[in-house]
Design a protein around this ligand. Structure first.
Ligand code: NDP
Ligand code: 8X3
Length: 260
């Protein structure tokens, strides 16, 4: 279903997981895309695949979202037409480490704060003025259940996602009078992502956290993002808190076996 008021969608962190799944669903529905991430080969592969399969146009921007100069340079490299973003999906993000607060690594904390909060702000600061000028647009932040409740060892990751939740709500107050929708999706555990592998520093064994229950899949979250973006203009879905059926909260998971 092509939605007439959406032409161009920007998705940060499209090289894997939820961002990559979101790129696929928007492309499948005929929208042009700006996709970002640090891994250029992944971006180029995805671009080629989606352009060939769905006949859409895609621009890739390769940068580290923690580096504001790199973010600005990438943005300036876009032709004016490609800056007229209708939907911004602020998805790039990560958890690093799983330590109690007294053992946490400062480097991990800085990576999470710089990526999940500052990176989101760097992008939003460039895209939102265009939306205000156009008096239309939609910003969808990828928050988390960790942005609504805490769990042991989740400390700084949760703090960044509580920050995302605060930003979603306050950005909406700043932008709604300009006809801009601000939403977020807050998922629990999501597989078919690199989230756990990144959190546990590439440790394959530790990252196998989905073997005894069925979590959400990246496509499930992507479908929700697409659903939010494709509602009639007068509807703004403010937040979707979503978990797999075997998860009832950050600290409540039925680990009695997968129920695929
Ligand atoms: P993935 O690790 O699969 O994807 C993360 C994406 O973020 C990648 O495309 C990665 O690209 C990008 N990214 C990370 N750091 C940077 C950086 N410094 N600069 C640019 N891009 C960056 O994980 P998910 O798909 O799970 O994560 C997507 C979002 O979903 C995150 O915000 C995460 O917090 C959130 N989330 C995830 C859940 C889960 O259980 N998986 C649950 C709830 C929320 P690259 O490495 O190429 O730079
Ligand atoms: C990812 C979900 O529970 O690992 O945001 O924090 S959780």
């Amino acid at each position: 279903m092509k939605v007439p008021f959406i032409k161009l969608v920007m998705i940060t962190g499209a090289t894997s997981g939820i961002g990559s799944a979101a790129a696929k669903i928007f492309a499948k529905n005929g929208f042009n895309l700006v996709i970002t991430g640090r891994r250029k080969d992944r971006l180029e592969d995805l671009k080629k695949k989606l352009q060939t399969k769905y006949g859409v146009e895609i621009v890739t921007l390769c940068f580290d979202i923690r580096d504001n100069e790199a973010v600005k340079k990438a943005w300036k490299s876009l032709k004016m037409d490609w800056r007229q973003i209708d939907v911004l999906v602020n998805n790039a993000g990560l958890a690093k480490g799983f330590h109690p607060i007294h053992e946490g690594l400062l480097e991990d904390w800085e990576t999470m704060i710089d990526t999940n909060i500052k990176g989101l702000l760097y992008i939003t600061r460039l895209v939102s003025p265009v939306m205000v000028k156009n008096q239309k647009g939609h910003i969808i932040n990828v928050c988390s259940t960790a942005g609504h409740e805490v769990y042991p060892n989740g400390n700084v990751y949760s703090a960044t996602k509580f920050g995302v939740d605060a930003l979603t709500r306050s950005m909406r107050l700043d932008l709604y009078k300009h006809g801009i929708r601000v939403s977020q999706v807050s998922p629990g555990h999501v597989e078919e992502t690199e989230f756990a592998l990144v959190r546990f520093d590439g440790d394959e064994k530790r990252s196998k956290i989905y073997e005894d229950f069925t979590p959400l899949k990246s496509k499930d979250v992507a479908e929700i993002i697409y659903f939010m973006a494709s509602r009639s203009k007068h509807i703004n879905i403010q937040d979707v808190l979503v978990m797999g059926t075997q998860q009832a909260g950050s600290n409540f998971i039925d680990r009695s076996g997968r129920k695929d």
